[in-house]
Design a protein around this ligand. Structure first.
Ligand SMILES: Cc1ncc(COP(=O)(O)O)c(C=O)c1O
Length: 390
């Protein structure tokens, strides 16, 4: 028996998770991400838990673009951006992202996690105040923790009155930064970006939106929550991921003014001290954005699937809030019960993951359904049949 504190508390925590049936298990896939996936221990199942919203993760043109990136540039940069790690494909993807986001410029990072930490910690100065929605993603929270403002203020989820009062109370700050998810990843709720843009204008505050779950999903042409809310080109800073709808590989970005991007190139620590986005990903993500920009076929297909799954689940008696997003949380409450239900669904050939603490608050465990454009009508039928027998 060891007397080391770290080992004791770690084995205690792990035992506790096992005893309560709330420990997470990694499942191994033996093939690509798609409407169905091949699980090492279960065989083929319908995947209803990936962020592969547009089904582009294994799209032949996206995969081909990655191969071409590898052929032209090799495996990677072996350098951070400012030393010798900026390839022409970085300029190409960044121009494509800026155009898609209706901003002057963009800069990529190896993940949106890095992008959020980079931008928040770089732009926020010591006499600034941050206002963060209480349900913001962990990467925004950590970005806020890394920055050194005069104060970090959390406002009630989506509550414009609470935010307005808090903005007024900090009127003497140098810059006030409002930060929100575009689509909240555990609820599927959409931020009121039109209201936030108005409020920020009124209070002379700046708005940062992480649209990781909105891009490719929302808006008539898939440009995200900004398009859905009618504020394309009106948000100061947008961050997003290339690891979900836009090809599903990895990578993140910040989009905004030319000066903002130049500041990040000079000062943001994840780009100064960490390697650039691999060239294969720069090329595959660019192809993914090209496919989304070409026409609305994929976005329309996703929208139709969201509508049929949402209404089908509601018809079965599950409480689904009315939302245009591809995230449908089914509230269960008890974490072990949620895990049991996800196990049962998997036995029925449908992979849906249960989320509990610390990803969501204690007592608010849920099954999170995530819809993809790749699902066919047959898949949708099978999904609803499985939920119907829960
Ligand atoms: C809202 C939000 N922001 C950022 C991230 C991080 O994205 P990435 O996987 O590119 O780091 C996620 C991932 O789950 C997310 O949901």
């Amino acid at each position: 028996m060891t007397t080391d504190m770290f080992e004791q508390r770690t084995s205690g925590l792990l035992q506790d998770l096992r005893d309560t049936g709330t420990d997470k298990q990694l499942r191994y896939l033996t093939g690509p991400m798609g409407a169905t996936v091949s699980l090492e221990d279960r065989g083929e199942v319908i995947c209803l838990c990936s962020n592969n919203y547009l089904g582009l993760a294994n799209h032949p043109e996206v995969v081909k673009a990655a191969h071409e990136g590898l052929d032209q540039y090799g495996a990677g940069t072996a350098s951070v951006r400012f030393i010798c790690g900026t390839f022409a494909c970085h300029r190409d993807i960044e121009e494509t992202i800026a155009q898609f986001s209706s901003t002057e410029a963009a800069l990529t990072y190896v993940s949106c996690w890095c992008a959020n930490e980079a931008v928040i910690a770089t732009v926020v100065e010591k006499n600034d105040v941050i206002f963060s929605d209480e349900l913001n993603h962990a990467s925004i929270i950590d970005g806020c923790r890394l920055s050194r403002p005069r104060e970090r203020v959390v406002y009630k989820h989506g509550d414009m009155e609470d935010l307005a009062a808090k903005l007024s109370a900090a009127a003497d700050a140098d810059t006030r930064w409002v930060i929100t998810d575009g689509v909240f990843s555990m609820e599927g709720a959409v931020a009121n970006l039109a209201g936030l843009v108005d409020l920020c204008r009124k209070h002379d505050a700046r708005l940062i939106v992480d649209d990781s779950h909105g891009v490719g999903v929302l808006g008539a042409t898939g440009r995200g929550t900004v398009e859905h809310c009618g504020v394309l080109g009106e948000v100061d800073i947008i961050t997003g991921t290339l690891g979900k709808a836009l090809g599903g590989a990895a990578g993140g970005y910040v989009a905004g003014s030319r000066d903002l991007i130049d500041l990040l190139i000079q000062r943001s620590r994840p780009s100064l001290f960490s390697n650039a986005l691999p060239s294969s990903v720069a090329c595959s993500a660019r192809k993914a954005i090209e496919l989304v920009s070409k026409d609305t076929t994929l976005v329309d297909r996703l929208r139709a699937n969201i509508a049929s799954i949402r209404s089908g689940l509601a018809g079965l008696g599950f409480e689904c809030q009315d939302s245009p997003t591809a995230i449908i949380p089914i509230m269960i409450g008890d974490e072990a019960d949620a895990i049991r239900k996800s196990e049962r669904l998997l036995e029925l050939g449908v992979w849906v993951v249960a989320f509990g603490y610390p990803v969501v608050p204690k007592g608010k465990a849920r099954l999170r359904v995530q819809v993809s454009a790749a699902l066919t009508g047959e898949h949708v039928e099978k999904i609803l049949e499985a939920f119907g027998s829960l």
